[in-house]
Write a protein that binds this ligand. Structure first.
Ligand SMILES: *Cc1c(COP(=O)(O)O)cnc(C)c1O
Length: 418
């Protein structure tokens, strides 16, 4: 990946007609954002009159919870909320965050120094890279990964060393495969379990191992726990901060986008090491004013919702998961039962690349799935399917697959298709 990034940079520089309107190298060097490209293709398909079933984005389909909407409306009536919010977030929202942590994980955090509200976790993940990575610093990032985990570091000028996730390791980072000199030089390691895009989960021992690894090599751990509550069948995702000593070397990111259907509200937060949070806060103070106070009040309400709300959300995704796995099974796919997230990570039929398969599916059926290589080269050979439609629509997608002859057939390999 490091090589790839440099190649991309060189090509970008060559391709640029350099003039005074050319953006900085850190912008021109970025590979196109696949979701933006997918959007263009979707628009074209819509123009052709296709009834799209969009399972491409990680954008939950339901409304935000009613009590959250009501809290937002009430807060909106209070003019005190209309001015600039405090840079560090409102004290009440920070306290709601730390109370939630105590309730969920039995982890104690100081609301003043160890919790920081964010304009969505993507903002924080990106800005953390700017706050912590000097040009040339070595950054460990899994592949495949959520794009913000490598794009932030690329923008900051970091050198990416990819940690390739493999099905034979259950998509867990193979810490033993990281060369010693790489580990020694690395400054930051980004990771995310339950994982987007693979839907993999990590056992607690993995978290213990990665903390030991990071302590040994003095690496800042950045864990993205945005699927903290989208878990099924009794599975409870682990917070990195549950691991003794983790807070000394790590931060953990959360979002309200997924659990609470609040993706458009742009509310997330980071917790953990106070020095790291202070660094991020200092950067942000120079770039933004934080979240509209109205939305922080609403976010408090979300974090205080009774567990029943969360179990209903879980039941909805579990129902869709079971329905789609069953239907894909009838089309030849063996997709393991996921324990968490809102995704299925589905292998392309043998011999078909991710992009070709996703385009083929879109053109023949109007169903949008995300090519796995959007998450890095190691995602090649898979597509990510989001569980963001009700079962009747998922059923319609499966009917169209069947009609169009889209199925998984291991025989393609036997027949020698290269
Ligand atoms: C959806 C998602 C986010 C959420 O980002 P927000 O900016 O908070 O909406 C962060 N990380 C991962 C891995 C995600 O899948």
């Amino acid at each position: 990946m490091a090589g790839v990034v440099h190649l991309v940079m060189e090509n970008a520089v060559k391709a640029m007609s350099l003039n005074w309107l050319t953006p900085a190298g850190r912008v021109s060097a970025l590979p196109p954002y696949v979701f933006a490209r997918l959007d263009e293709l979707k628009a074209r398909a819509r123009e052709q009159g296709l009834d799209l079933i969009d399972l491409g984005m990680g954008n939950p389909d339901g409304p935000a919870p009613q009590p959250v909407i009501e809290a937002a409306i009430a807060a909106l009536q209070n003019p005190a909320n209309h001015g600039y919010p405090p840079f560090e977030g409102t004290a009440n929202f920070r306290r709601a965050i730390t109370s939630w942590y105590r309730r969920r994980y039995d982890v104690d955090l100081n609301p003043d120094s160890e919790a920081l509200p964010l304009l969505g976790s993507k903002e924080g993940l990106g800005h953390l890279a700017l706050a912590y990575i000097n040009p040339g610093d070595l950054v460990l990032v899994p592949s495949p990964a959520y794009p913000a985990h490598f794009r932030g570091p690329v923008i900051a000028g970091g050198k990416i060393h990819n940690l390739i996730l493999k099905p034979e390791n259950d998509w867990l980072i193979d810490l033993g495969a990281i060369p010693d000199d790489v580990a020694q030089k690395a400054k930051i390691l980004y990771f995310n379990y339950p994982n987007n895009p693979t839907a993999a989960t990590a056992p607690r021992e993995f978290f213990e191992d990665i903390v030991a690894f990071a302590r040994k090599h003095e690496i800042l751990l950045v864990h993205d726990l945005c699927y903290a509550e989208l878990a099924f069948d009794g599975y409870q995702p682990t917070s990195l901060l549950e691991i003794p000593g983790a807070k000394e070397i790590s931060v953990e990111f959360h979002t309200l986008s997924k659990t609470y259907n609040m993706a458009g509200w742009r509310v997330g937060f980071v917790v953990g090491n106070s020095q790291v949070i202070q660094g991020l806060r200092t950067l942000k103070t120079n770039l933004d004013y934080g979240i509209f106070a109205v939305l922080q009040t609403a976010a408090e309400t979300a974090l205080q919702l009774p567990d029943l709300y969360v179990s209903e959300v879980q039941a909805r995704y579990r129902r869709r998961r079971d329905f789609l796995i069953e239907g894909l099974g009838q089309l030849g796919w063996t997709v393991p039962k996921t324990k968490a997230t809102m995704y299925l990570w589905v292998p392309c039929p043998p011999g078909e690349g991710s992009t070709d398969f996703a385009l083929d599916v879109l053109q023949k059926t109007g169903v949008v799935v995300t090519p796995g290589n959007a998450f890095g080269e190691a995602g090649e050979g898979y597509v990510r399917v989001s569980l963001i439609a009700e079962c009747d629509r998922l059923g319609e997608a499966l009917r169209r697959f069947k009609e169009a002859g889209i199925r998984y057939s291991a025989e393609a390999v036997v027949s020698g298709k290269e």
